[in-house]
Structure formats: C-alpha cells, structure tokens
Design a protein around this ligand. Structure first.
Ligand code: TYC
Length: 101
C-alpha cells in the first residue's frame, strides 16, 4: 500500500476583500434627445431597450437615476465613454460616479 503523506499547508491569511463599488448616475438635461440617451445606455451599459427607457424616463422625471453599480474603474470608463459619445454629437449629457454606501 502506497504511503500517504499528509502535509500541512502554511496558514496564509487568504482574506478576499470585495472591491468598493461605485454608482454610475445619469443626470437629466433639457437638450439631449431621449432616443440618444437610450442608445448610449444600451451601447455603453449593456442595458436592453426596456431597461434603458426606464432609466432614461426616471432621470428625466426625477433629475437623476442610478444606471449601474460597478467597480471604480468600470464606472469611470463607462461614464467617460458615454459622455464622450454625447459630446461628439454636441449634447450636454452628463453622468457622475459616486461610491456606494
Ligand atoms: N430631458 C431630455 C429631453 O426631454 C431627455 C433626457 C432624459 C436627457 C434623461 C438626459 O439623463 C437624461 N429631451
């Protein structure tokens, strides 16, 4: 019978921390066309048409709407890309990021 050698692994402290998450927030304005907002939400945040329209209408009615909760890097990249797409068309569309509680 083969000898079984049981070795104790060193007790390294493998504490896995969750990354701090950030909200990507859509801000209403009076000029950006509704369909453009919907298309940006679909393209950059991968929302489907129904989700995108709901988020757009919520921001339109309440002033702001949380689009997604993401890592800091993803929240910043997606909001920057969405703002850049709007600026290329001359629209003042704005997104902000804020740390989740
Ligand atoms: N308020 C804009 C309009 O009436 C549409 C809009 C909605 C713009 C949401 C920005 O975050 C926004 N054309």
């Amino acid at each position: 019978m083969p000898e079984t050698i049981i070795t104790q692994r060193p007790q390294t402290d493998l504490k896995v921390e969750r990354p701090k998450m950030y909200k990507a927030v859509l801000v209403n304005d009076d000029y950006t066309p509704r369909d453009f907002v919907v298309n940006v939400l679909r393209a950059e945040f991968r929302l489907n048409d129904q989700q995108a329209r709901k988020v757009m209408i919520t921001a339109h009615q309440r002033g702001v709407c949380v689009v997604a909760v993401l890592t800091k890097e993803l929240a910043e990249t997606k909001t920057t890309n969405a703002i850049d797409a709007a600026r290329k068309e001359g629209y003042p569309l704005l997104f902000t990021t804020e740390p989740e509680e």
